[in-house]
Design a protein around this ligand. Sequence first.
Ligand SMILES: [Zn+2]
Length: 460
Amino acid sequence: MSKVLFKGAFVMSCNDEIGDLEAADVLVEGARIAQVGADLAAADAEVIDAAGMLLMPGMADTHSHLWEAPFKGRVTEAWGWEYFTNMHPLVSWLSAEDLYTATYAGAVESLAAGVTSMFDYCTAVMSPEHADAAIAGLRDAGIRAVFGYDLRGADPGRRWQHGPSGERFADLERVKGSLADDDDMMRLAICLSEVTPENLDRAEREIAFARELGCRMSWHNNKGGEIVLLHERGLLGPDMLPAHGNYTTDEDLELLGAVGGHLTSQPEAETYAGRRSMTMIGRGHRRGVRIALGVDVPAIMNLGLLPQMRLLYLLQRYIDGMHERLEAQVPVARRPGVPTLTVRDIVRFATVNGQSALGVEDTVGQIAPGFQADLILMDTRTFGRAEGDPAGHVVLNSSAGDVDTVMVAGKLRKRDRRMVGVDTGKLLADREAVRDRAYAGAGETIGRMTRTHWEWSPQA
Ligand SMILES: [Zn+2]
């Protein structure tokens, strides 16, 4: 069994009993953490000198569409519906091989930034081959993954072999059958079409199917009252992960909190959109909803959660302050419940809550014996670690460039700031080729949005 010994790190374990440890060692045996403590020794272990670095659990991105990775920058200035009209038609021009490359590229970019678990919400499953290719891309990157198989309707270019949800059930059974039940590196989830009053019968069939298959679910929760609808039909459960939830009502959040539910927020994408309320974070947090994080749109934002964490922390403080000023609490002062979030909360959203949203909190997301060795080292040797809570250093004083080492299930995926086993030159060429083929097919050009009006309905 391979052994790796991290020596002398500042350990932020995210484990309640272990807490934070100064100059501690962590011994990894095989895929798991064997010991955490001082002066550990293992004669046959590869030793990583982690002095001056912060060792923490890898982060969990609980909602990203990795197929967009080759198109970074395409919709940077999109407004209103322009993101959809300029991005979604490109899906039709991705071959299964292209989807493999795009997904692999997105997973590598995420790993490089310290994300070790990924919910890939794949809206590009145009055929069984596409599903297999995306799963292969995730596997080859070595990221711990949940493959989210989307059930939404037809594509704008009509090149999909798959019809809407009903016709995809058989393929989902096939994919589920191809994955080992005890494979904790690759699991299947089902992305529901829509949870709206008009679509609720169909959603109910999808939910029943997902539960029969033993799959967790997610969906774009873009309207208020959707969680109430699920509750009224007796369908709401902790196996459902709503994404965004910017328009959720207090009742929605109350019900979600009551079932021990999670909400995954993508702070950069949601604020970028310009039309979304961000008050659901504080309202959900106060009602016991466990907040998790994601990036959502790698065509716009870099993959990796550190910028999401920082924006969320600052944004919530801004909202708290605005609320206090509206209530004439000026100057603002600390009082029970205000400010809403600590830096520790934010780190928990990205680690423990993220893994819990993916259903693996008992084995992933903490540095403690028995847990999966999904670990990252943040380099603090040059400018030092910020004083106070080290979670504050992670949230406000670090960047993806500081991620020195990344380990997933005991395997090193990044070391000395370089990706392990990745031909980065080939990857760059491959992702550019995917982009160029898609643009050629769709008649688009690099660096220019062409569709500035709504010409495609996802319900078509
Ligand atoms: Zn999304």
